[in-house]
Design a protein around this ligand. Structure first.
Ligand code: 4FV
Length: 249
């Protein structure tokens, strides 16, 4: 899978995309990451990439030409209709469902903003999708782009050591993850739950399912609203609610 990244701060990507799994995935040619400096396409000796907003107001606006020229020179490809994604607070909120969909693409072009925002003709000329990583304002789109690329890249077969890691992901089944434990068995009086030491995999799976449902009920009941629960999950949830009521008394 390829990622074209249009940015004014190419060096910001050095760390996150060259280390660990993403770094290794590039070495193993599972990922092809092209970082394009928008400023290289800005005209004039000062290579200006922003300007004052028409109609007045605070802050500066990202100019359309440098972004368009960068896209046209490095990303435009008639044969390939891969998404051109604008990272911005006005975009649809990123979630695992969107990540899964994007990971099926041949590649993605990601545009990182700065300043107050983009000249809207960037949206109307080359952008096919707009994504937000959350309802807060960053100084630039680079960190948002890194979040998106990391989440999508780990869905590509071979990027994570063990494919199963994706399958057992939080949100993979629309629920929060169950608690994990490893050695030592006891730490400052805190013991590993017995069932996990039992070797009884049916019991272990059931415990993990219960813990996942309980954690989701307590922390993210909104996720349960969005999920089609199996009869077994509905039954387990009833027991969990009864259990929590008893504990509350
Ligand atoms: C953002 C977000 C974000 C807005 C102004 C960059 C900043 C500056 N991008 N999800 N939240 N972008 O805050 O994606 O241009």
């Amino acid at each position: 899978m390829y990622f074209n990244i249009l940015t004014l701060f190419p060096e910001m990507f050095n760390g996150p995309l060259n280390e660990s799994m993403i770094g290794r995935a590039q070495e193993n040619d599972l990922l092809d990451i092209n970082i394009i400096n928008i400023r290289d396409y800005a005209s004039g000796k000062h290579q200006v990439t922003d300007d004052a907003p028409y109609g007045g107001g605070a802050g500066m606006v990202m100019k359309v030409e440098p972004v368009y020229k960068a896209w046209e020179d490095k990303c435009r490809n008639e044969k390939d209709s891969s998404p051109v994604i604008l990272m911005s607070p006005q975009g649809r909120k990123l979630n695992q469902e969107i990540v899964k969909d994007l990971s099926a693409q041949e590649g993605l072009t990601v545009i990182c903003g700065h300043y107050e925002g983009f000249d809207d003709r960037i949206r109307s000329s080359i952008v096919t999708d707009e994504i937000s990583i959350g309802d807060y304002v960053l100084t630039g789109g680079e960190l948002a782009a890194m979040v998106l690329i990391d989440a999508v890249a780990r869905m590509i077969p071979g990027v994570l050591g063990d494919e199963n890691s994706v399958i057992n992901d939080s949100f993979y089944n629309g629920l929060l993850d169950y608690p994990h434990y490893t050695r030592p068995r006891s730490f400052k009086g805190m013991e590993v739950p017995e069932v996990l030491l039992s070797g009884n995999h049916a019991e272990i799976d059931k415990w993990r399912q219960q813990e996942s449902l309980k954690r989701t009920l307590l922390r993210r009941p909104d996720l349960l609203e969005m999920k089609t629960l199996t009869d077994e999950e509905i039954e387990l949830l009833e027991d969990i609610k009864k259990d929590l009521k008893v504990k509350k008394r």
